[in-house]
Design a protein around this ligand. Structure first.
Ligand code: C2E
Ligand code: CA
Ligand code: CA
Ligand code: CA
Length: 283
């Protein structure tokens, strides 16, 4: 009986696996259809200066509203888009959308106000065997967006992958005037040599650190250390996932200049962000 039980457990397990494979294949087909049927949109989350709460930019975040599944989380569909290579087309589309928004907002800005910088997430796959510089150049030209208005968020994963020739591409993007940020900083690897090897401007302190900074001194210590390292390397620091006033207060006291999080605003559709900018400008 024990043996039979073992076998059926095994069978159940492999059925489970093939079910998962089927789910992935379906999701991939749905992604393709979603792209042609305009089921995607880009939302924007405000990035603020902790000193005075002013909006200094935004992060572009992809949203997918599936006709039957409803909203699907990027944490679910981005990995499928990466594995299938669809991320190259999707990523180019997000970039164009973000450039169009950046151009629109910055053209309407009062003279003297520093321009908003819009951050766009790039997956490592977009650097592989692909003319990323050409894609970026085309997106800027088509929308009338200046390179200085766009920041590209990349992960440590890209910089530590020896197979890629990301270095040359990153140098090229920086030379064009775009800035580069390390996303999810502190979660990946302990290697830090890449920080001086590549033309990085910004560190985004991962949101997993935020939860306990006001209650646990070890967590506070890690964040303090990241901030002080960022300062000595003359990098901009952005704290992500800031949800409470206490967290914002701690970060400001420690010298972190910029933040993103629900405390300051959720990711929102482009026209809502425009309305937010207008409301802020009026006061
Ligand atoms: P990420 O780049 O680290 O983006 C930050 C995530 O934190 C977003 O999740 C955002 O909605 C969420 N967030 C913002 N403020 C708070 C907060 O105060 N508390 C908490 N708990 N969460 C907050 P989202 O939009 O679900 O995106 C998940 C991930 O999907 C992103 O993580 C990014 O890695 C990926 N992603 C999203 N859009 C794109 C895209 O256009 N291209 C690529 N390659 N990846 C994308
Ligand atoms: Ca990001
Ligand atoms: Ca992040
Ligand atoms: Ca993340």
């Amino acid at each position: 009986a024990a043996k039979a039980g073992g076998r059926s457990r095994h069978q159940f397990h492999s059925e489970d696996l093939s079910q998962r494979t089927r789910d992935r294949v379906t999701l991939e087909a749905d992604l393709r259809r979603g792209l042609s049927e305009r089921q995607f949109s880009v939302h924007f989350q405000p990035k603020v200066a902790l000193a005075d709460g002013r909006i200094v930019g935004a992060e572009a975040l992809l949203r997918w509203h599936h006709p039957e599944r409803g909203p699907v989380s990027p944490d679910v569909f981005i990995p499928v888009a990466e594995d299938s290579g669809l991320i190259v087309a999707i990523g180019a589309w997000v970039l164009r959308d973000a450039c169009a928004a950046a151009a629109d907002w910055n053209r309407a800005r009062a003279p003297g106000d520093p321009p908003l910088r819009i951050a766009v997430n790039l997956s490592p796959r977009q650097f592989l065997n692909h003319d990323l510089i050409g894609t970026v150049t085309a997106a800027l030209a088509r929308t009338g967006c200046r390179a200085e208005w766009i920041e590209l968020e990349i992960t440590e994963r890209l910089l530590l992958d020896e197979r890629g020739q990301a270095g040359e591409t990153l140098d090229g993007l920086r030379a064009m005037g775009l800035t580069l940020a390390i996303d999810d900083f502190g979660t990946g690897h302990s290697a830090l040599s890449y920080l001086t090897k590549y033309p990085i401007s910004t560190l985004k302190i991962d949101k997993s650190f935020m939860r306990d900074i006001t209650t646990r001194s070890d967590q506070a210590g890690v964040v303090r250390a990241i901030i002080s390292m960022g300062h000595s390397l003359q990098l901009d620091l952005v704290a992500e996932g800031v949800e409470t006033k206490e967290q914002a207060c701690f970060l400001r006291e420690q010298g972190c200049a910029l933040a993103q999080g629900w405390l300051f605003g959720r990711p929102m559709p482009r026209h809502d962000f425009t309305a937010l900018l207008l409301a802020r400008a009026a006061v």
